[in-house]
Design a protein around this ligand. Sequence first.
Ligand code: SF4
Length: 333
Amino acid sequence: MRFPVHITVDMIKHQVRNGLKRQKRYPFVLMLEPLYTCNLACLGCSTERHTGKLKDRLPLEKCLQAVDESQAPAVSICGGEPTLYPELPELIEGIIKRKRHIYLCTNALLMDEKVFGVIPPHKRMSINVHLDGMRETHDYVVDRKGVFDKAIEAIKKAKKLGYHVVTNTTVFKETKIDEVEELCEFVSDLGIDGLLISPGYQYETVKEDMFLTRQDTERKFKRILEISKKYRLQSTPMFLEFAAGMRDYKCSPWSTVTYTPNGWKGPCYLIGEKFYDTWDEFWNGTDWDYWESRLDPKCQNCAMHSGFEASVVKDLGKSPKDMLRMAAWNIFG
Ligand code: SF4
Protein backbone atom coordinates (compact mmCIF):
# COMPACT_ATOMS: atom_id res chain seq x y z
CA MET A 1 0.00 0.00 0.00
CA ARG A 2 1.13 3.53 -0.75
CA PHE A 3 0.27 4.74 2.78
CA PRO A 4 0.58 2.34 5.74
CA VAL A 5 -2.76 0.74 6.67
CA HIS A 6 -2.99 2.44 10.09
CA ILE A 7 -2.66 5.90 8.48
CA THR A 8 -5.34 5.13 5.89
CA VAL A 9 -7.68 3.73 8.58
CA ASP A 10 -7.16 6.75 10.87
CA MET A 11 -7.83 9.17 8.01
CA ILE A 12 -11.04 7.35 7.06
CA LYS A 13 -12.19 7.27 10.71
CA HIS A 14 -11.49 11.01 10.98
CA GLN A 15 -13.65 11.71 7.93
CA VAL A 16 -16.47 9.44 9.11
CA ARG A 17 -16.43 11.02 12.60
CA ASN A 18 -16.65 14.53 11.15
CA GLY A 19 -19.18 13.45 8.52
CA LEU A 20 -21.46 12.10 11.27
CA LYS A 21 -21.18 15.42 13.08
CA ARG A 22 -22.05 17.11 9.78
CA GLN A 23 -18.87 19.19 9.95
CA LYS A 24 -18.30 20.87 6.62
CA ARG A 25 -14.75 21.94 7.41
CA TYR A 26 -12.15 20.28 9.62
CA PRO A 27 -8.34 20.02 9.62
CA PHE A 28 -6.55 16.99 8.17
CA VAL A 29 -3.03 18.23 8.88
CA LEU A 30 -1.52 20.53 11.47
CA MET A 31 1.60 22.30 10.20
CA LEU A 32 3.41 22.83 13.47
CA GLU A 33 6.26 25.33 13.30
CA PRO A 34 7.77 25.24 16.81
CA LEU A 35 10.62 27.59 15.91
CA TYR A 36 11.78 30.00 13.25
CA THR A 37 15.46 29.14 13.68
CA CYS A 38 17.34 27.28 10.95
CA ASN A 39 20.85 26.09 10.15
CA LEU A 40 20.30 26.97 6.46
CA ALA A 41 18.83 29.93 4.57
CA CYS A 42 17.38 28.33 1.42
CA LEU A 43 16.57 30.56 -1.55
CA GLY A 44 12.88 29.59 -1.66
CA CYS A 45 12.24 30.02 2.06
CA SER A 46 10.52 33.04 3.60
CA THR A 47 12.89 35.21 5.65
CA GLU A 48 11.02 34.91 8.96
CA ARG A 49 11.29 31.12 8.82
CA HIS A 50 15.08 31.10 9.24
CA THR A 51 15.94 34.28 11.11
CA GLY A 52 14.12 33.69 14.41
CA LYS A 53 15.93 33.29 17.70
CA LEU A 54 15.81 29.97 19.55
CA LYS A 55 14.60 31.71 22.71
CA ASP A 56 11.44 32.78 20.83
CA ARG A 57 10.43 29.17 20.08
CA LEU A 58 7.03 27.82 21.07
CA PRO A 59 6.97 26.14 24.48
CA LEU A 60 6.33 22.38 24.37
CA GLU A 61 2.93 22.74 26.13
CA LYS A 62 1.74 25.23 23.50
CA CYS A 63 2.72 22.82 20.70
CA LEU A 64 0.80 19.97 22.30
CA GLN A 65 -2.17 22.24 22.99
CA ALA A 66 -2.24 23.07 19.26
CA VAL A 67 -2.25 19.33 18.46
CA ASP A 68 -5.25 18.86 20.79
CA GLU A 69 -7.14 21.91 19.55
CA SER A 70 -6.79 21.23 15.84
CA GLN A 71 -7.70 17.51 16.24
CA ALA A 72 -5.88 16.87 12.95
CA PRO A 73 -4.85 13.21 12.55
CA ALA A 74 -1.49 14.21 11.01
CA VAL A 75 1.07 16.67 12.33
CA SER A 76 3.82 17.97 10.10
CA ILE A 77 6.63 19.33 12.28
CA CYS A 78 8.46 21.95 10.27
CA GLY A 79 9.79 25.41 10.99
CA GLY A 80 12.64 26.51 10.90
CA GLU A 81 14.59 23.32 11.26
CA PRO A 82 12.79 21.12 13.79
CA THR A 83 15.90 19.14 14.77
CA LEU A 84 17.12 22.41 16.38
CA TYR A 85 14.09 22.42 18.69
CA PRO A 86 15.54 21.32 22.04
CA GLU A 87 12.28 19.67 23.18
CA LEU A 88 11.86 17.63 19.95
CA PRO A 89 12.01 14.15 21.60
CA GLU A 90 9.30 15.14 24.14
CA LEU A 91 7.21 16.75 21.40
CA ILE A 92 7.30 13.61 19.27
CA GLU A 93 6.52 11.42 22.27
CA GLY A 94 3.54 13.65 23.16
CA ILE A 95 2.13 13.56 19.62
CA ILE A 96 2.52 9.77 19.37
CA LYS A 97 0.75 9.40 22.75
CA ARG A 98 -2.17 11.28 21.19
CA LYS A 99 -2.21 8.71 18.35
CA ARG A 100 -1.43 11.21 15.59
CA HIS A 101 0.90 10.68 12.63
CA ILE A 102 4.04 12.75 12.37
CA TYR A 103 5.94 14.08 9.37
CA LEU A 104 9.27 15.34 10.67
CA CYS A 105 10.37 17.77 7.93
CA THR A 106 14.12 18.24 7.94
CA ASN A 107 17.13 19.25 5.87
CA ALA A 108 18.77 16.15 7.44
CA LEU A 109 21.98 17.94 8.48
CA LEU A 110 21.63 17.05 12.17
CA MET A 111 20.15 13.56 11.98
CA ASP A 112 23.19 11.92 13.60
CA GLU A 113 23.13 14.17 16.66
CA LYS A 114 19.41 14.82 17.09
CA VAL A 115 17.47 11.84 15.74
CA PHE A 116 19.47 8.61 15.38
CA GLY A 117 19.80 7.01 18.81
CA VAL A 118 17.63 9.78 20.35
CA ILE A 119 14.20 9.43 18.71
CA PRO A 120 13.51 5.78 17.87
CA PRO A 121 11.67 4.74 14.67
CA HIS A 122 7.91 4.50 15.17
CA LYS A 123 5.10 3.44 12.85
CA ARG A 124 3.47 6.84 13.46
CA MET A 125 6.51 8.85 12.35
CA SER A 126 7.83 9.59 8.90
CA ILE A 127 11.03 11.50 8.28
CA ASN A 128 10.46 13.95 5.45
CA VAL A 129 13.78 15.00 3.87
CA HIS A 130 13.99 18.18 1.80
CA LEU A 131 15.66 17.56 -1.60
CA ASP A 132 15.08 20.06 -4.40
CA GLY A 133 17.19 18.36 -7.07
CA MET A 134 20.37 16.43 -7.64
CA ARG A 135 23.65 17.53 -5.99
CA GLU A 136 24.41 20.76 -7.87
CA THR A 137 20.82 22.06 -7.89
CA HIS A 138 20.02 21.15 -4.29
CA ASP A 139 23.24 22.70 -2.95
CA TYR A 140 22.46 25.85 -4.97
CA VAL A 141 18.89 26.08 -3.60
CA VAL A 142 20.01 25.58 0.02
CA ASP A 143 22.96 27.91 -0.60
CA ARG A 144 25.58 25.55 0.84
CA LYS A 145 27.87 22.95 -0.69
CA GLY A 146 27.76 19.41 0.69
CA VAL A 147 24.14 19.46 1.91
CA PHE A 148 22.92 17.03 -0.77
CA ASP A 149 25.58 14.43 0.10
CA LYS A 150 24.84 14.78 3.81
CA ALA A 151 21.08 14.35 3.21
CA ILE A 152 21.68 11.22 1.11
CA GLU A 153 23.91 9.71 3.80
CA ALA A 154 21.19 10.45 6.38
CA ILE A 155 18.51 8.81 4.19
CA LYS A 156 20.63 5.65 3.78
CA LYS A 157 21.28 5.46 7.51
CA ALA A 158 17.63 6.16 8.40
CA LYS A 159 16.46 3.32 6.14
CA LYS A 160 19.05 0.98 7.63
CA LEU A 161 17.83 1.84 11.15
CA GLY A 162 14.20 1.17 10.22
CA TYR A 163 12.72 4.66 9.87
CA HIS A 164 9.93 5.47 7.41
CA VAL A 165 11.44 8.05 5.03
CA VAL A 166 9.94 10.23 2.33
CA THR A 167 11.53 13.01 0.29
CA ASN A 168 10.03 16.42 -0.33
CA THR A 169 10.83 18.31 -3.54
CA THR A 170 9.66 21.77 -4.55
CA VAL A 171 9.45 22.56 -8.25
CA PHE A 172 10.63 26.09 -9.13
CA LYS A 173 10.60 28.04 -12.38
CA GLU A 174 14.13 26.84 -13.28
CA THR A 175 13.54 23.21 -12.23
CA LYS A 176 14.19 20.78 -15.07
CA ILE A 177 11.68 17.97 -14.98
CA ASP A 178 14.26 15.55 -16.42
CA GLU A 179 16.27 16.20 -13.25
CA VAL A 180 13.18 15.60 -11.08
CA GLU A 181 12.83 12.22 -12.79
CA GLU A 182 16.53 11.49 -12.20
CA LEU A 183 16.02 12.35 -8.52
CA CYS A 184 12.93 10.11 -8.29
CA GLU A 185 14.94 7.19 -9.67
CA PHE A 186 17.94 7.91 -7.46
CA VAL A 187 16.02 8.13 -4.16
CA SER A 188 13.73 5.22 -5.06
CA ASP A 189 16.88 3.08 -5.41
CA LEU A 190 17.74 4.06 -1.83
CA GLY A 191 14.53 2.33 -0.71
CA ILE A 192 12.59 5.42 0.42
CA ASP A 193 8.90 5.00 1.20
CA GLY A 194 7.50 7.85 -0.87
CA LEU A 195 8.10 11.15 -2.67
CA LEU A 196 6.28 14.42 -2.34
CA ILE A 197 6.60 16.89 -5.23
CA SER A 198 5.00 20.32 -4.88
CA PRO A 199 4.83 23.43 -7.04
CA GLY A 200 6.77 26.34 -5.50
CA TYR A 201 4.61 29.25 -4.46
CA GLN A 202 5.77 32.79 -3.74
CA TYR A 203 5.70 33.47 -0.03
CA GLU A 204 5.06 37.10 0.80
CA THR A 205 8.58 37.71 2.12
CA VAL A 206 10.57 35.87 -0.57
CA LYS A 207 12.03 38.23 -3.13
CA GLU A 208 13.61 35.83 -5.64
CA ASP A 209 11.88 35.43 -8.99
CA MET A 210 11.99 31.64 -8.87
CA PHE A 211 8.34 30.74 -8.45
CA LEU A 212 5.92 29.26 -10.94
CA THR A 213 3.03 31.00 -12.65
CA ARG A 214 -0.12 28.89 -13.03
CA GLN A 215 0.90 28.20 -16.67
CA ASP A 216 4.40 27.07 -15.61
CA THR A 217 2.85 24.75 -13.02
CA GLU A 218 0.48 23.23 -15.55
CA ARG A 219 3.24 22.60 -18.07
CA LYS A 220 5.63 21.05 -15.57
CA PHE A 221 2.98 18.98 -13.79
CA LYS A 222 1.79 17.42 -17.06
CA ARG A 223 5.25 15.79 -17.15
CA ILE A 224 5.17 15.00 -13.42
CA LEU A 225 1.83 13.27 -13.92
CA GLU A 226 3.61 10.92 -16.36
CA ILE A 227 6.51 10.41 -13.94
CA SER A 228 4.04 9.61 -11.14
CA LYS A 229 3.11 6.39 -12.95
CA LYS A 230 6.63 5.01 -12.33
CA TYR A 231 7.42 6.18 -8.79
CA ARG A 232 5.76 6.22 -5.35
CA LEU A 233 4.53 9.78 -5.34
CA GLN A 234 2.41 10.76 -2.33
CA SER A 235 0.24 13.19 -4.28
CA THR A 236 -3.06 11.75 -5.48
CA PRO A 237 -3.54 11.41 -9.28
CA MET A 238 -6.48 13.84 -9.08
CA PHE A 239 -4.33 16.47 -7.37
CA LEU A 240 -1.63 16.03 -10.03
CA GLU A 241 -4.29 16.41 -12.73
CA PHE A 242 -5.45 19.60 -11.01
CA ALA A 243 -1.88 20.93 -10.90
CA ALA A 244 -1.55 20.03 -14.58
CA GLY A 245 -4.68 22.10 -15.37
CA MET A 246 -6.81 19.09 -16.28
CA ARG A 247 -9.44 19.54 -13.57
CA ASP A 248 -10.54 22.24 -11.17
CA TYR A 249 -11.23 22.41 -7.43
CA LYS A 250 -12.13 25.00 -4.85
CA CYS A 251 -9.44 25.49 -2.22
CA SER A 252 -9.72 23.87 1.24
CA PRO A 253 -7.40 26.13 3.27
CA TRP A 254 -8.96 24.91 6.55
CA SER A 255 -7.67 21.37 5.85
CA THR A 256 -4.07 22.34 6.66
CA VAL A 257 -3.86 24.63 9.67
CA THR A 258 -0.60 26.27 10.75
CA TYR A 259 0.60 27.07 14.27
CA THR A 260 3.72 29.21 14.59
CA PRO A 261 5.68 31.21 17.17
CA ASN A 262 3.47 34.14 16.06
CA GLY A 263 0.21 32.22 16.70
CA TRP A 264 -2.32 30.54 14.38
CA LYS A 265 -1.67 31.65 10.82
CA GLY A 266 -4.67 32.53 8.65
CA PRO A 267 -5.99 31.91 6.14
CA CYS A 268 -3.55 29.19 5.03
CA TYR A 269 -0.06 27.73 5.26
CA LEU A 270 1.11 30.13 2.55
CA ILE A 271 -0.62 33.40 3.35
CA GLY A 272 -0.27 35.03 6.76
CA GLU A 273 -2.93 37.73 6.45
CA LYS A 274 -3.37 37.57 10.19
CA PHE A 275 -1.96 35.68 13.17
CA TYR A 276 -4.34 34.75 15.98
CA ASP A 277 -3.56 34.04 19.64
CA THR A 278 -6.24 31.42 20.10
CA TRP A 279 -7.65 28.53 18.07
CA ASP A 280 -11.22 29.86 18.42
CA GLU A 281 -10.28 33.30 17.12
CA PHE A 282 -8.51 31.72 14.15
CA TRP A 283 -11.11 29.10 13.29
CA ASN A 284 -14.14 31.36 13.73
CA GLY A 285 -12.47 34.56 12.54
CA THR A 286 -11.27 33.40 9.10
CA ASP A 287 -13.58 33.98 6.17
CA TRP A 288 -13.40 30.43 4.81
CA ASP A 289 -16.02 31.02 2.08
CA TYR A 290 -13.87 33.79 0.64
CA TRP A 291 -10.59 31.84 0.68
CA GLU A 292 -12.23 28.69 -0.69
CA SER A 293 -13.34 30.72 -3.71
CA ARG A 294 -9.69 31.47 -4.76
CA LEU A 295 -10.84 34.96 -5.82
CA ASP A 296 -8.08 36.68 -3.89
CA PRO A 297 -5.21 37.82 -6.17
CA LYS A 298 -2.76 35.98 -3.86
CA CYS A 299 -4.41 32.69 -4.79
CA GLN A 300 -3.90 33.24 -8.51
CA ASN A 301 -0.83 31.04 -9.02
CA CYS A 302 -1.38 28.64 -6.15
CA ALA A 303 -1.72 24.89 -6.68
CA MET A 304 -0.36 23.75 -3.33
CA HIS A 305 -1.27 20.31 -2.04
CA SER A 306 -1.92 21.90 1.38
CA GLY A 307 -4.90 23.68 -0.16
CA PHE A 308 -6.15 21.15 -2.66
CA GLU A 309 -5.52 17.54 -1.59
CA ALA A 310 -8.43 17.82 0.86
CA SER A 311 -10.60 19.20 -1.95
CA VAL A 312 -9.84 16.03 -3.90
CA VAL A 313 -10.96 13.89 -0.94
CA LYS A 314 -14.05 16.06 -0.36
CA ASP A 315 -15.17 15.70 -3.98
CA LEU A 316 -14.63 11.92 -4.17
CA GLY A 317 -18.24 11.30 -3.16
CA LYS A 318 -19.37 13.04 -6.36
CA SER A 319 -17.63 10.49 -8.59
CA PRO A 320 -17.64 6.70 -7.98
CA LYS A 321 -14.98 6.46 -10.72
CA ASP A 322 -12.63 8.78 -8.81
CA MET A 323 -13.34 6.88 -5.61
CA LEU A 324 -12.30 3.58 -7.21
CA ARG A 325 -9.25 5.21 -8.79
CA MET A 326 -8.20 6.58 -5.41
CA ALA A 327 -8.65 3.21 -3.68
CA ALA A 328 -6.62 1.44 -6.39
CA TRP A 329 -3.93 4.13 -6.23
CA ASN A 330 -3.49 3.58 -2.50
CA ILE A 331 -3.82 -0.21 -2.43
CA PHE A 332 -1.61 -1.01 -5.42
CA GLY A 333 0.75 1.96 -5.05
S1 SF4 B 1 -5.49 28.95 -3.11
FE1 SF4 B 1 -3.46 28.71 -2.11
S2 SF4 B 1 -2.94 30.75 -1.37
FE2 SF4 B 1 -5.18 30.74 -1.73
S3 SF4 B 1 -6.11 30.15 0.23
FE3 SF4 B 1 -5.81 28.28 -0.97
S4 SF4 B 1 -3.82 27.47 -0.28
FE4 SF4 B 1 -3.92 29.64 0.35
